[in-house]
Design a protein around this ligand. Sequence first.
Ligand SMILES: [Zn+2]
Length: 206
Amino acid sequence: MKYSSRLIEKAVENLSRLPGVGRKSAMRIVQFLLRQDPHVGEKIGQALIDLVQQTRYCRRCHNIADGPECDICADPRREVHQLCVVKSFYDIMFIEETGLFQGRYHVLGGVIAPMEGVGPHDLHIADLIRRVQEEQVQELIFALSPTDNEALTIEYIIQQMRRTLDRLPMVTTLSRGLNYHLDLEYADEMTLSLALKSRIPYPIES
Ligand SMILES: [Zn+2]
């Protein structure tokens, strides 16, 4: 044991598991918490317990939610005819930060990646197509990272929509002021805002 207290050692060990937090930062956090009113530490601890124990996936869009539906799906002010397709709930947080998008989202849970063994059935694609139909989506916006698998995923979804739907919605992608091979999380807010505003129609072969 390195410290005078097993509890300090345990806190440092656990905090340093967090991304971007090394042992030194963990020690600083512990020092900070011990110098604060105990309520500060309790609130932080409780927020983390609530986060991991009480969140679940939205039954509609697969975003993180506190109840059966996430706050975005449950918000009647959100535009239902625009649906933005993302890889993970994490991407939604970045788009929401821009405050520019008023539609709803659908989390795929990844992209089709045959080399990594990820097929269409591992993703929320069937749900997406059902939503496009039921919610009469007019624009389907793909906000995936620009890799080859993005194109593969979009093509697959278009093919599936053709089989199921009478009429395809307009399909767009974010404009590529975003650097190639860059995830949304690495785009600065200005670039992401521009990419959202100037969407590009996806070429659909007739
Ligand atoms: Zn939702």
